[in-house]
Design a protein around this ligand. Structure first.
Ligand SMILES: *Cc1c(COP(=O)(O)O)cnc(C)c1O
Length: 383
């Protein structure tokens, strides 16, 4: 498998996980659909020297291995693919924690993580801390007695950022492992393992694959032993991805650099243009110099993401925006080719009714800015 650490992002994603060039063979071999593999005369559990490379589809799949090699290149540590971002997060929680262990999660992060802990894993001692405060809280000794801290930075949906170096130092001093939900940034935008994080967890449903056509996730690890535990968990729990989704994800990865560039350019242009409109309040985009998260984001992120948030007066104003726009689509999720608008209060996030998350797609910047300004103009004066 190709390893190109010395090259730029565009070069690295095009080459990531690609097999050697063999005349007559495809660039990226198609998905391998297999339940059992041929064994031959020797049983797979015999002499380890003669063990067959693959024997059953829940344990191993070459399409997974190629995508995992690509992710390992980009993340800087061994990666394990899971059928969704939540399956990846659940795998980390359940391999690290034992009943009674304390786990710290963001109070303002992806809501299903908190629901999973509350509904299905009630035997952990769960502490929630806001993203903007977790570094200071951890440095002040907050992680004493904790086994795992999960941070999400930038957080979804508020776009707050926490200092990864401070959190990992404090956690490791307290004997606590660190998982970073890196969904928003992708490994081209932030490399949590470089800051000492033990796990980089992501939903690859979002920007990493970016075509709104699959659900997938992964975990990258600093330590090969943790990676083996997660692999074992995947095999025993049966939380395995379908080869076709994994192949589509690998195919989409090659354009990640291009997509992120356009998405961030669109987010920046809209984040600069929209505050001029009287209906727009409380716009946040960490890529803008006056955003409260900008300093920290520029220190630890490699590039900004394509998501920004703002508030309109109420839910009706958001409906008005969505009826008037000709380009933005109403949808949850983010990071795709299409620009989407999501009113987060409808999903139970603790935000104002008129709070919207905008995920910028790959449309032309001038078209998007004109479309949003026209749609906002049709709303009339705010109350
Ligand atoms: C979407 C998302 C998840 C969950 O991922 P799925 O692929 O939908 O299971 C986890 N964390 C963040 C930050 C997300 O945006």
């Amino acid at each position: 498998m190709t390893r190109l650490p010395q090259y730029g992002d565009g070069t690295r994603v095009v080459a990531a996980g690609q097999p050697a060039a063999v005349p007559g063979q495809p660039f990226l071999p198609g998905p391998v659909f297999a339940a059992p593999y041929h064994l031959g005369p020797d049983a797979p559990y015999g002499d380890p020297e003669n063990r067959v490379p693959r024997f059953y589809g829940r344990n191993e799949n070459p399409t997974w291995s190629a995508f995992e090699a690509a992710l390992a290149d980009l993340e800087g540590g061994p990666a394990i693919v899971f059928p969704s971002g939540m399956a990846a997060a659940a795998a980390v929680l359940q391999t690290v924690l034992r009943p009674g262990d304390r786990v710290v999660v963001p109070s303002d992060g992806y809501y299903q993580v908190r629901s999973l802990l509350a509904e299905d894993l009630p035997w952990y001692d769960v502490v929630t801390v806001p993203t903007a405060q977790v570094a200071e809280w951890a440095a002040g000794g907050g992680l004493a007695g904790a086994k795992l801290v999960l941070v999400e930075t930038p957080s979804n949906p508020g776009l707050d950022v926490c200092d990864l170096a401070v959190v990992t130092d404090a956690a490791h001093a307290a004997g606590c492992l660190v998982a970073v939900d890196n969904t928003m940034a992708t490994p081209l935008g932030q490399r949590p393992l470089d800051f000492g994080a033990d796990f980089s967890v992501a939903s690859d449903t979002k920007a990493l694959t970016g075509h709104s056509d699959l659900v997938l996730g992964h975990v990258a690890c600093r330590d090969a032993e943790q990676a083996e535990r997660l692999r074992g968990w995947r095999t025993r729990s049966g939380t395995v991805p379908g080869p076709f989704e994994v192949w589509l994800a690998h195919r989409s990865l090659g354009t990640l650099d291009l997509r992120l560039h356009r998405q961030a350019a669109n987010a920046r242009a809209l984040a600069e243009a929209l505050p001029g409109h009287p209906a727009v309040r409380a716009l946040r985009y960490p890529g803008l110099p006056d955003d409260p998260a900008h300093g920290l984001a520029s220190k630890q992120m490699l590039r900004p993401a394509g998501v920004f948030v703002f508030e309109l007066a109420d839910a009706a104003a958001v409906d008005g925006l969505l009826s008037a726009t000709r380009l933005a689509l109403a949808a949850t999720s983010f990071g795709g080719l299409h620009t989407t608008v999501d009113r987060r209060a409808q999903w139970g996030d603790a935000v104002a009714d008129g709070f919207v998350r905008v995920s910028c797609g790959c449309e032309d910047t001038a078209d998007l800015v004109a479309d949003f300004l026209a749609a906002l103009g049709s709303l009339g004066s705010p109350t």
